[in-house]
Design a protein around this ligand. Structure first.
Ligand code: SDX
Length: 430
């Protein structure tokens, strides 16, 4: 990166020039790395409202335009023209695969869909009623205990095999968590099936009878995975990058990302949103909840609404609403009361001055719960599906970071507000 111009900072009568870098699109950045060494000052930005933590070529978001690009391709086009494994290839390698590359990629992923048999016993150590995200954090972290042959992050082949193992095994692990919670036997992956069909098979098939996934529903699930695949430097991706910056193995880094995604302000919002819709129950209650969302003294927030970057529609929410229509029509659930309630809640909120003024629009989580529920996925597993999809984004971002020769361990500083230096009083003086 070359600075075409600089920004001057003057503090206490002393001025320094800081380089300005321009990307291919989006906001320019001021490089503050020299700041502390030259002035003794630190920048202060809790929540990283104005901070770029890295440079990246993977995903671009224009929050004002409501635009999302994976490696330059608009999400609206990828969701229509590609399947999820093509998008995985794109995010990892930077280009869409041709026929031969797609075939080879699919074969490599299919060859790794099973997990080590002892992971089944590891799973059985959890309570049956454990939250699936707790199980996922444990099981994905435990992959480092089973796959010692792909932990050397400096070995490109290890990095690729670890990436393929994670992409391939996440559906198996998510389905295992579901089956275990229901007291049902694990269904082993069927490599004759596509990625999303295989997941539906492992989730819903039984050993007692034939099961063929509904192609319309499988395609809808595949699209849901595409919509959730990556999203720039969100909280869980930043967690993966931070963990990876210490040299931790990829399985441990992805487990850290899963833990962060679980939060209701992030990936846990789809589960929270469906519970909110069930609590609202009827359109007549919508005004009361809109009023609560606007009340500063009420901690209630409209789940599935708002976003740090999107100050316009989240393009994924629009695509998710379309997918919702398709799935509900396919299942003859056009009159699904929760979907109708969601549509009415969206309509009322978008006409409300508070939401307009604060630029709060539905985000990816607003409709995803409704469509996943229609697909038969239990509410507690919604964020697990998000994690399954986001694994490729986390891997691509992790790989980009550790491949950067200038990468350093992440180590933010602080504004200290604690006690000044003092002596320890003896016990009789406390
Ligand atoms: C995801 O970062 C990503 O890219 C994440 C994600 C991804 O793909 O990785 O897109 C996935 O996490 C989507 C977001 C899912 N979360 C929710 O739906 C939870 C509800 N939304 C809010 O918690 C909130 O909007 C956030 C967390 C999403 C964004 O929070 P910010 O950017 O810190 O904004 P903020 O909380 O400071 O809100 C700005 C104002 C505040 O009012 P003031 O203090 O300025 O008066 O808007 C208000 C907030 O109170 N506000 C809301 C609201 N969201 C923000 N008020 C009511 N309901 C809401 N949902």
């Amino acid at each position: 990166m070359n600075a075409q111009r600089t920004a001057m900072l003057t503090v206490d009568g002393k001025s320094i020039d800081l380089p300005i870098y321009t990307g291919t699109m989006g906001p320019e950045v001021i490089d503050v790395r020299p700041l502390h060494g030259k002035t003794g000052f630190l920048t202060y930005d809790p929540g990283y409202m104005s901070t770029a933590s890295c440079n990246s070529s993977i995903t671009y978001i224009d929050g004002d335009a409501g635009e999302l690009l994976y490696r330059g391709y608009p999400i609206e086009q990828l969701a229509v023209h590609c399947d999820f494994l093509e998008v995985c290839y794109l995010l990892k390698h930077g280009e869409l695969p041709n026929v031969a590359q797609r075939e080879d990629w699919g074969k490599r992923v299919r060859n790794h869909t099973m997990v080590h048999e002892q992971m089944t016993r590891f799973m059985q150590g959890f309570r049956r009623d454990s939250h699936p995200m707790a199980v996922l954090v444990g099981m994905v972290g435990a992959l480092s205990a089973f796959y010692h042959d792909s932990l050397d992050i400096n070995n490109p082949e290890h990095r690729l095999i670890a990436a393929i193992r994670l992409i391939a095994k996440m559906p198996t692990i998510v389905a295992m968590a579901y089956r275990y919670s229901k007291g049902m036997p694990q269904m082993y992956p069927q490599n004759r099936l596509g990625y999303s069909e295989n997941f539906m098979y492992m989730m819903f098939a039984t050993p007692c009878e034939e099961y063929e996934p509904n192609p319309v529903l499988a395609r809808a699930l595949d699209r849901i995975l595409i919509l959730h695949a990556d999203h720039e430097q969100n909280a869980s991706t930043s967690t993966v990058r931070m963990a990876g910056s210490s040299g931790a193995n990829p399985f441990a880094c992805i487990a850290a990302g899963i833990a962060c995604l679980w939060g209701p302000a992030h990936g846990g919002a789809n589960e929270a949103c469906l519970k909110m819709l069930e609590e609202i129950g009827d359109v007549s209650n919508v005004p009361k909840y809109i009023a609560r969302a606007k009340d500063k003294n009420d901690g209630f927030k409209l789940m599935g609404f708002g976003h740090r970057i999107y100050r316009n529609f989240d393009p994924r929410a629009t695509l998710m609403r379309q997918t919702c229509h398709e799935v509900l029509n396919e299942l003859g659930l056009q009159d699904d009361p929760l979907f109708k309630l969601a549509l009415e809640l969206e309509r009322i909120a978008l006409e409300d001055e508070y939401f307009i003024e604060k630029k709060l629009y539905p985000n990816v989580d607003f409709y995803s719960g409704i469509v996943q529920r229609a697909l038969g996925i239990p509410t507690q597993l919604f964020t697990g599906i998000f994690a399954m999809a986001r694994t490729i984004g986390w891997i691509a971002q992790w790989h980009e970071m550790i491949s950067d020769p200038n990468q350093k361990i992440g180590r933010p500083r602080q504004l200290y507000m604690g006690a000044v230096k003092r002596d320890v009083p003896t016990m009789d003086k406390r």
